[in-house]
Write a protein that binds this ligand. Structure first.
Ligand SMILES: Nc1ncnc2c1ncn2[C@@H]1O[C@H](COP(=O)(O)OP(=O)(O)OP(=O)(O)O)[C@@H](O)[C@H]1O
Ligand SMILES: [Mg+2]
Length: 631
């Protein structure tokens, strides 16, 4: 009989660890932990110092939450973990989880696997991968443990298990929405059949637990609670846990039904959450993931219509609205499967030893958002706007989302295990590398100051000794949309919504104005000319409107440019649009507000166009930065 060497693939996740084995018969299976393929990644320190993992750790944490860590992966760069009075290393905590996997694998296979693959986020640098590799050493996972980027494993699943054909050079988008984090990657097929990571980005504060928290708030509103959720007793850790479990169960049910019952803990009352209400609750969270997806695609220089596919992985990608929103944004129907949590572990079994263990051109390991502390009991949060009570209707199966579905994974259908208690802590990250957008912003502000100064210096040096003409201010105005543009890009790369982009643009614009004025006035002082902010002093309303309008216009054009580029793959068009974004709003506003001072509109256009090369100069790096991942 033909036998294949026994192999093990392990996806060490934030909330769950999943493992798949290839049996000597060649068949692949999920390992079961307490009858479920999802092993909670939680650890709990007993008073003896011994570490419990998985469901045992979750049970321990219910009695003594301080001694547990539900998401050790978040602390990969921290070095140590304090669990009650027990101090342990992160390496030890990860090793405890991996040892449990190794033990279960040996039991299932009857022997130690010949080889093992351990997956990691594509953005992890050498330091984090080193912690993972050291944690795996000596656990008996397998003879030779290899590390593999998670989206690469998912890409192998896409071709080897689902049977999709991707030509060399083809790009697949892997959208991974898990329990605690969101990761988006564009991976490209190599001529040898392997994959490389072209671009990757992520959000540390977007995942299943954030969606659960939004539902808990909704429950508080329905209980008629004040903003602390007092009527539900959410200040008690146990009630908070109950509320979260209810929220999570309802959320998962809403992937299959149009309405889900929720028992309000402590009130013994049932309410119903409908799919429509749920969609409105989660839309802002999902919007951020979609924004980051389109900008990451832009950065990888691939147009959506030339994609080999958009593959949804991670348990939270089951939410039907995810596929709907992505379909709308990219014009590509995402590939959805029944068990998106198992994709990475199973896919890793199909990666040959040369399957791309490290990402090509890995971005600096800087996460976009430090996660906020979210520990039970929850901090006071403002209630969500009241929603009309839902009539208790019977739960009915829903129609599937308008997506292209593919055959589900051939692995055994598991039952969902109860999830870990949602807990957030600030992940310890190495010192962030200087951010290109911040550098670009600083350069823009500096250039603005130089331009402002030069505008003033020129008439001075030419022997002009009267008061400075007001038109010098015009050049300062050019910095407004530019600063807005750069701030908008900065915000966009972090997946921030459009309104926030505009707000950050206004703030950046104000900073830019002050710097330009300062640059201008430094040159006035040696000549003893009184400092005068002409428009600021005489027409503050015009300044303000120009600022807001400029940023709004800039944001709109930038959005349009990126959306067009994501679909058409035409970066030149985007650059032209971005350059226009730096010019049009100010041109338009100058036209409107400057009329009484400048009736000769031709002069106005010439003045504005004078600054055009300056804007164009910045447009290319700005457009490139907008789509580049930030970690
Ligand atoms: N049907 C469903 N609808 C919505 N969410 C679901 C559904 N099933 C599972 N989830 C959510 O998926 C999340 C767990 O996903 P997964 O196991 O992929 O995360 P993970 O890999 O541990 O985390 P991460 O990818 O952040 O490291 C949980 O928040 C769970 O509530
Ligand atoms: Mg995961």
């Amino acid at each position: 009989m033909l036998t294949t060497p026994a192999a093990l693939g392990v996806d060490f996740g934030t909330s769950h660890t999943v493992a798949a084995v290839r049996m000597p018969s060649g068949r692949t299976e999920s390992l079961l932990f307490d009858a479920s393929p999802l092993l909670p990644s939680a650890v709990f320190a007993q008073s003896t110092g011994q570490l419990l993992v998985g469901h045992d750790a979750l049970r321990g944490s219910r009695l003594d939450p301080g001694r547990s860590e539900p998401n050790p992966k978040r602390h990969i760069a921290d070095g140590t973990l304090l669990l009650g009075d027990v101090e342990t290393t992160v390496e030890e905590a990860v090793r405890a989880v991996l040892s449990r996997v190794a033990q279960t694998a040996r039991r299932a296979l009857g022997t130690t696997p010949t080889s093992a693959v351990l997956t990691h986020p594509a953005s992890w640098g050498a330091q984090r991968r080193g912690v993972l590799a050291r944690a795996a050493a000596g656990t008996g996972l397998g003879g030779a443990v290899r590390l593999l980027a998670e989206p690469v494993a998912a890409a192998f699943y896409f071709t080897q298990v689902l049977g999709h054909r991707v030509e060399p050079g083809g790009t697949l988008v892997v959208y991974d929405l898990g329990g605690g984090t969101f990761d988006i990657s564009a991976v490209r097929r190599l001529p040898d059949g392997g994959w490389e990571v072209r671009a990757t980005a992520g959000l540390d504060d977007v995942g299943g637990v954030d969606i659960d928290a939004a539902i808990v708030q909704w429950m508080a509103t329905h209980a008629g609670a004040d903003e602390t959720g007092a009527r539900l007793g959410l200040s008690e850790a146990r009630r908070w846990q109950q509320a979260q479990q209810e929220a999570r169960a309802a959320k998962e049910q809403l992937s299959r039904f149009v309405t889900a019952p929720i028992v309000l803990p402590g009130l013994d009352r049932e309410v119903h959450l409908t799919r429509t209400e749920f969609d409105e609750l989660v839309r802002p969270v999902l919007e951020r993931t979609v924004v980051l997806t389109t900008s990451t695609l832009f950065g990888s220089g691939v147009s959506a219509d030339r994609l080999a596919g958009v593959f949804l992985v991670g348990g939270s990608s089951r939410i039907p609205l995810v596929a709907t929103m992505l379909h709308r944004a990219l014009g590509v129907a995402p590939t959805v499967i029944d068990q998106p949590e198992l994709v990475v572990a199973h896919g890793s079994l199909h990666a040959p030893p040369s399957g791309g263990p490290t990402p090509v051109d890995p971005a600096p390991p800087v996460r976009t958002h430090p996660a906020q502390a979210l520990t039970p009991p929850p901090p006071p949060t403002p209630p969500t706007p009241p929603t009309p009570p839902t009539p208790p209707t019977a739960t009915t199966p829903t129609t599937p989302p308008p997506t292209h579905t593919t055959p589900s994974t051939p692995t055994a259908a598991p039952t969902m295990a109860a999830g870990p208690v949602a807990q957030r802590s600030i992940p310890g990250e190495p010192a962030p590398a200087p951010r290109p957008a911040a550098v670009a912003f600083a350069v823009a502000v500096l250039l603005g100051a130089v331009v402002g100064a030069a505008m003033t210096a020129y008439p001075m040096l030419a022997g002009y000794d009267g008061p400075l003409p007001y038109w010098t201010d015009r050049y300062a105005w050019q910095l407004i949309p530019l600063a807005g543009l750069l701030a908008g890009i900065w915000a966009r790369r972090r997946g921030v919504a459009f309104v926030a982009q505009v707000v950050s643009g206004v703030v950046a614009g104000l900073v830019g104005l002050v710097v330009v004025q300062a640059g201008r006035d430094i040159f006035r002082l040696p000549w003893g000319i009184p400092v005068e902010f002409y428009f600021w002093e005489h027409h503050p309303d015009i300044w303000f409107l120009t600022l807001v309008g400029g940023c709004l216009g800039t944001g709109l054009v930038l959005e349009a440019a990126l959306a067009a580029t994501a679909r058409l793959g035409n970066r030149g068009l985007a650059v032209a649009a971005v350059a226009a974004a730096g010019m049009l709003p100010s041109l338009l506003l100058l036209w409107i507000f400057d009329w009484e001072y400048q009736p000769q509109s031709s002069r106005l256009v010439v003045d504005t166009l004078f600054a055009y090369p300056f804007v164009l100069l910045l447009a290319w790096p700005a457009a490139a930065l907008a789509g580049r991942p930030s970690r």
